[in-house]
Design a protein around this ligand. Structure first.
Ligand code: KG4
Ligand code: ZN
Length: 344
């Protein structure tokens, strides 16, 4: 019997990207992302400005997503939104908008956990990606707000086995990049500059955290003290060593992360590794994981760039599975600024 075709519209507005995607079952028909550039001026996301920009962008972004998919609102079987985690004012924009759609179209409403989206993005089917990880797999969420190791046994059966005790890895990229004088978000800039630098030129502290947890604040402090010392001797130190600073920082951050993934894989005996979140766009990390995959006998899943940073396609794929399991939300569903990956 042929599977029924389900059309889902998903809207994501948890931070500073307004995004809408249309899916036919697990296939992506469109995924429109509008990134708010205004925050660059302030060196970080300004919540008040983010929610206003979402309000301006949401209607045109949804309109474009429907047009690109070649469908109309009347073709939809369900609508989905990011329930959390994220900035409250930003989350409320998609939440209210999508609820009104569900009400007026009289179709199911599906609230989605943003972090589940980052991990389940591997199940999206499109021209670039047609193979998904098999359960159980070791999920690694690495973004501006998260660094977690998650044992995923089914779509909605997840267990956090390790997480950062302080800064997230993306936060470490952004904060150290700021010290190097780079614009926000500094992660992609560090990545680009590191490519030409020497990763072994400078040594920075690696934390000694025993179990599967992480710490990135020590690395940040180590970079800060090192720069303060060197700038005293040579005020142009950063300018003259920018490439090597970026390469050495990136090398250390990637090593901290990958060493813990190795430990987790040994402990759980899981050799399928799937990464997700903004930092999974990092070239140094992607290379390191590919080489470790060969040495450790891992099967590594790295999302296409389109699904690394925030996007609605990852919300749509989770919504599709929720639709299949009939996990619907009611119209009183609230936004959750704090929301664990294990929560629905
Ligand atoms: O998942 P995401 O788009 O938003 C959050 O949910 O946080 O992740 C954003 C984070 C930022 O810290 C950004 O600097 C980092 O991902 N990032 C990168 C790269 N691209 C984005 N970090 C390192 N290398 C990259 N290429
Ligand atoms: Zn994210």
């Amino acid at each position: 019997m042929l599977e029924k075709e389900i059309f889902i519209l998903a809207v994501e507005s948890s931070c500073d990207d307004t995004s809408a995607a249309v899916f036919k079952n697990e296939h992506k028909l469109s995924n429109i992302v509008s990134t708010q550039e205004i925050h660059e001026l302030y060196g970080g996301v300004v919540p008040e400005l983010a929610s206003r920009a979402h309000q301006q962008n949401i209607v045109p972004v949804v309109d474009q997503a429907l047009k690109k998919a070649g469908i109309t609102l009347q073709d939809l079987d369900a609508v989905a939104f990011t329930k959390g985690p994220g900035l409250m004012g930003s989350l409320l924009v998609a939440n209210s908008f999508v609820k009104s759609l569900a009400l007026s179209l009289n179709i199911p409403l599906i609230g989605v956990n943003h972090m589940q989206g980052h991990l389940l993005a591997h199940f999206i089917k499109d021209e670039e990606q047609d193979e998904a990880p098999e359960f159980p797999f070791l999920g690694v969420t690495i973004s501006g707000g998260h660094t977690q190791l998650v044992k995923v046994t089914k779509h909605f059966e997840m267990e956090i086995i390790g997480e950062t005790l302080d800064d997230a890895i993306g936060e470490a990229f952004d904060k150290c990049g700021k010290m190097f004088g780079l614009p926000y978000p500094a992660g992609p800039e560090i990545d680009r500059l590191a490519d030409i630098g020497n990763p072994r030129k400078f040594q920075f502290a690696k934390p000694q955290v025993k179990n599967l947890d992480f710490s990135f604040s020590g690395l940040k402090t180590s970079v800060l003290y090192f720069l303060q010392r060197e700038i005293k001797k040579n005020p142009d130190f950063i300018k003259e060593n920018l490439y090597d600073l970026c390469a050495s920082f990136q090398y250390t951050a990637v090593k901290i992360l990958v060493d813990k993934i190795k430990k987790a894989s040994l402990q759980t005996q899981i050799k399928t590794i799937a990464i997700g979140g903004g930092v999974s766009a990092n070239t140094g990390l992607r290379q390191k994981l590919r080489s470790e995959a060969q040495q450790q006998g891992w099967k590594v899943f790295i999302p296409p760039f389109e699904y690394c940073t925030d996007n609605a396609a990852m919300i749509a794929i989770v919504a599709y599975f929720k639709y299949k399991y009939r996990y619907f939300s009611d119209l009183t569903a609230t936004a959750k600024a704090r929301f664990k990956i294990t929560e629905n």
